[in-house]
Design a protein. Structure first.
Length: 200
């Protein structure tokens, strides 16, 4: 597989794995816990707390008017996924970090989008805190988006220039290889025609 093909494969595999892990973890929680039940995993630090979130990541917009929230969420999530997909399509032959981060972001967005389309709310269950100070409850999809954004920022700040030059070099190499294949194909075709003419 070419370098470009391998990078594209990373993107799609990351999306599939992210959505699968997210949906499987939510299903497990729904099947094994009662709503609002909380189980302490690490004392005064990590809890599994099952809630249904009608907002977006980390509960944002969860207390707004239902109509406002519905259209706000549909607009935000749809626009975000379109922007990510288009941006990835333009620069898809860049580094592993770029493709992996875009896959995490889009996979996480899709994971929560599936919940909202099928059930109208998102299952959250990961809760961290120190004693009475607690972070907002979230899920695997939210975590994937957060990690993806951090990796994407790292890529833009420290790696983009290097891979932009590399991608241009690869594009030129691919174009040269394609041109060579076309030239050889044309030569073979011409030789076959000449050979056929000599036999007749």
């Amino acid at each position: 597989m070419s370098g470009k093909g391998a990078k594209m494969k990373i993107f799609f595999i990351t999306i599939l794995v992210t959505v699968a892990v997210d949906q499987a973890s939510k299903y497990f929680i729904k099947m094994n816990m009662m709503l609002h039940q909380s189980v302490q995993i690490i004392e005064n630090f990590f809890y599994i707390t099952y809630i249904e979130n009608s907002g977006i990541a980390f509960g944002m917009f969860g207390h707004n008017d239902d109509d406002f929230r519905r259209w706000m969420l549909v607009g935000i999530i749809t626009a975000a996924m379109i922007v990510i997909a288009v941006y990835w399509r333009i620069y898809r032959n860049r580094s592993f970090v770029y493709n992996f981060s875009c896959g995490l972001i889009l996979g996480g967005a899709l994971g929560n989008y599936i919940d909202r389309l099928l059930r109208g709310s998102v299952t959250d269950f990961l809760e961290f805190g120190i004693y009475e100070y607690r972070f907002a409850i979230f899920n695997a999809a939210d975590a994937a988006v957060s990690v993806g954004v951090v990796l994407f920022v790292i890529y833009v700040l420290f790696m983009s220039d290097k891979y932009e030059k590399q991608s241009k070099t690869e594009s030129k190499a691919d174009a040269a290889a394609e041109s060579g294949i076309q030239s050889r194909t044309a030569e073979v075709s011409l030789g076959e025609k000449e050979g056929g003419g000599n036999v007749s």
